[in-house]
Design a protein around this ligand. Structure first.
Ligand code: B1M
Length: 211
């Protein structure tokens, strides 16, 4: 079943991907397992084929759409997984300006919600000022900045710098993530932490709250 989901994503078949995910859920497969062992390997393989010039942009787009079809079914299930909801802190998350990659950021947002954080997801292509406005309005404990392109990673630094300039840097912890991002980069731009995946993001935020 997981292999079929991976293939449906690679085929860019959103309808089939959705039907398979629904079937897996009705057969009591864990949403996180479907995501980690079916959907993510599928979209990552699409990325590798794109890099090898065996896939072109239209195929990458349809593979992305098939993954989104799966996520529309899986993310609400993931959010339910931790049961009784209690706010563990406020978390504002978004993909930085110029970057349209949505899938990883949305997984992180859902896992944080499931872990009890009050999450505001600003979406994709979020201008630096929008993050600042949200810090002023919501006074979150954390901001999560997702970047999937080497060309948009500098926008993460822009947000850190803008927070310093606005005198808001001490009020909020800044975490960064995304495939090209690393802990060295986080340190270099003055972020408070780097998370390689959604589980690491939850752990990092929780450990920061505990101190
Ligand atoms: Co794009 N793309 N893409 N793409 N795309 C990459 C990133 C690329 C590596 C593919 C490749 O060449 N192998 C490459 C970037 C190269 C680079 O900069 N080094 C690339 C490129 C080049 C592009 C375009 C420029 C292509 C073009 O137009 N010529 C274009 C850019 C558009 C733009 O953003 N301005 C583009 C477009 C797209 C699509 C729209 C077609 C589609 C996105 C669909 C969507 O999101 N709705 C897409 C996709 C799907 C990918 C790949 C294949 C998969 C990304 C993904 O969803 N991964 C990707 C290749 C790859 O990464 N292997 C690729 C699965 C997801 C679960 O992982 O997003 O890494 P990820 O998220 C993880 C962690 O990184 C972490 O946790 C998540 C969950 O585990 N994490 C965080 C992420 N954000 C976090 C924030 C946090 C913490 C952790 O805050 C605290």
């Amino acid at each position: 079943m997981l292999e079929e989901i991976k293939t449906a994503i690679l085929d860019g078949d959103a309808e089939k991907t959705g039907a398979l995910v629904k079937k897996a859920l009705t057969e009591s497969m864990e949403p996180l397992e479907i995501l980690n062992r079916g959907c993510i390997p599928g979209i990552e393989k699409a990325g590798a084929l794109f890099e090898a010039e065996e896939f072109f942009l239209p195929e990458l787009i349809t593979a992305g759409e098939a993954t989104k079809a799966a996520m529309d079914l899986l993310l609400p299930e993931l959010k339910k997984t931790e049961g009784s909801w209690k706010s563990a802190g406020k978390f504002v998350i978004g993909t930085v300006e110029g970057d349209m990659h949505d899938i990883g950021k949305s997984i992180v947002a859902s896992m944080l919600s499931a872990a009890g954080f009050e999450v505001t997801d600003l979406g994709i292509d979020v201008p630096t000022d929008r993050f600042l406005d949200e810090v002023k309005a919501v006074q979150p404990d954390f901001i999560g900045l997702s970047a999937l392109l080497t060309s948009t990673m500098p926008k993460q630094k822009d947000v850190v710098d803008a927070l310093i300039e606005a005198g808001l840097r001490d009020q909020v912890k800044v975490f960064v993530g995304g495939a090209p991002v690393s802990s060295d980069w986080a340190e270099k731009i003055g972020a408070d932490g780097y998370a390689e995946d959604a589980i690491a993001a939850v752990k990092l935020a929780k450990s920061t709250l505990i101190g």
